[in-house]
Write a protein that binds this ligand. Sequence first.
Ligand code: FA5
Length: 336
Amino acid sequence: MDTPEQLLAAALDEVSHAKSSVELREIELKFLGKSGSIPGLMKQLGGLAKEDRPAFGQRTNTAKATVEAAVEARRADIKFKEQVAQFESERIDVTMPGESPRIGREHILQQATNKIKRVLGGMGFLYLESPELELFQYNFAALNYPPDHPAMDDQDTFYVDDTYLLRTQCTALQGRVFERTKPPLRAFTVGRCFRNEAVDRTHGHTFHQVDCFMIDEGVSMAHLKGTLGVFARAMFGDEVSVRFRPDFFPFVEPGVDYAISTPKLFNGRWVELGGAGLIHPNILERYGIDSERYSGFAFGLGVERIPMMAYGVDDLRQFLENDLRFLNQFQFEPIR
Ligand code: FA5
């Protein structure tokens, strides 16, 4: 029969050779578990002389405590080694080149649109949207185009039926606003327009426009000029100048087209941006706005013109061709 000291020696030997926490746990159960050999020593008590029992019990407890301490110490040791091994196997080489994530960027026309929204929004114009599939009524009739007027030929479009068409100009927003809102008002929109055009480097069948307008008492061409000047400088830089020339649009009187020039762009050549003017009194009256008391200005321009001028892109068809080699070149910032 084993003595406590024999079991203690055997246990310490095995513990010291345990190689893994699993193995150590088995050894712990073998010597210290409920039916382990050290607690099993107590069964011998009955066979001992009464006076020998306390000493035997004490030797057994000493053996048990010593083995417990040895197991704990060994466990900590093994755990440390196992962790070191795990860290080693999972080591990350931070010097290895990473996989670069594919980060998208906003389309160049969206970047230009965001900038336009910030600038006009910052000047107190409310951003609104109106449908691309528009009523003939808002695209033409409400804008003072007489029936069969040749001005509509300049904006030949895609008719869905006699009532609906793909809008040719963002100016179509105006009637929708005037019938719901009384002056003073300031609003603008940016969106897609469509024309049945002979497509070339500066004309697409699908393009984008800004349309911006305000109505208040005493609004004059001076306000239009001032607003367009601030807008152009915010978009293209402080050195830009704006030129106005008479032009005809049925919904403005007087009507102008406007161009900008800056020494940094196209050697200072004038580049046309869009049309503008004072909102025609007929339109104000049609919407119950007293044209003696109120007046308004409106201007529109092609969004494509902005990055074309900022980057010297000479063919707007590239904007919608989705060639990433082209699109990835642009991070729109004003030219300063
Ligand atoms: C208009 O569309 C008027 N609605 C502008 C306006 C608004 C005048 C408010 C007065 C008051 P126009 O047809 O000229 O006007 O177009 C304005 C601008 O849109 C052009 O200068 C050009 O920059 C752009 N644009 C017109 N057609 C196309 C096209 N097919 N492709 C690309 N851009 C175009």
